[in-house]
Design a protein around this ligand. Structure first.
Ligand code: IMP
Length: 201
């Protein structure tokens, strides 16, 4: 039987994307739905790297499986690179309300838009050790208004100039081809493929 790997995220949007990106690797992909008893860890880190490591190590310890986790978020130039690591809970969890808060902040600075980027730090951990890590960044700008129903989170307000639309307007494959998470998990995937003994126990 192939080695199992836990996709250690409770975020359905992220889970779907990571499963798609890692599809076809010679490891058995498992999800947290099989581990309902594991409580979510507190994300106490002040960087994406610290939180990704914390989550991967925590879920590996509690599931007993090699685990991959990402910590990710949006950095908006005009908001001093915020909300960054606070993206998930900044102004709550209702995205139209969060978008309105961003547009208010931009308006207060007299700006219709701002350069922005999505950042993802992905970590693979097993038995107390970090086995591999990777970072992905995609640059874009805040759209003049939300557009699109694909993806999740801030995708409808993330305008990606090379596509001429927001990441909420493209399907999963087109997003993954350029996204922060696509870049980070393709690097982890390459690392695992190059060294299948990485996860030997
Ligand atoms: P985390 O689960 O603490 O890493 O929070 C990540 C948060 O960043 C998500 O809940 C979203 O708000 C935002 N985010 C990260 N990646 C994406 C993406 O690919 N699209 C849109 N929003 C994202």
């Amino acid at each position: 039987m192939s080695t199992p790997i836990l996709i250690a995220t409770t975020n359905r949007g992220k889970q779907r994307e990571i499963l798609e990106i890692l599809h076809g690797i010679p490891f058995e992909l498992r999800t947290l739905s099989e581990f309902p008893g594991i409580a979510e860890p507190e994300e106490t880190g002040s960087t994406f790297a610290a939180n990704a490591r914390l989550k991967a190590l925590y879920y590996a310890e509690h599931s007993g499986l090699p685990s991959v986790a990402d910590d990710s978020g949006i950095e908006i130039d005009a908001l001093d690179n915020g909300p960054g690591v606070h993206s998930a809970r900044w102004h709550g969890t209702h995205y139209p309300t969060k978008f309105a808060a961003i547009y208010r902040e931009l308006q207060a600075r007299g700006l219709p838009t701002s350069p922005a980027r999505f950042v993802a730090h992905a970590t693979l951990a097993d038995r107390g050790a970090i086995l591999a890590e990777a970072i992905g960044i995609v640059a874009g700008e805040i759209a003049r208004e939300p557009r699109g129903t694909h993806g999740f989170g801030y995708d409808p307000i993330f305008y990606y100039p090379p596509y001429g639309c927001t990441l909420g307007e493209v399907d999963g494959a087109r997003k993954a081809a350029v996204s922060h998470r696509g870049q980070a998990f393709r690097q982890l995937r390459a690392r695992m493929m190059a060294d299948p003994r990485l996860l030997d126990r």
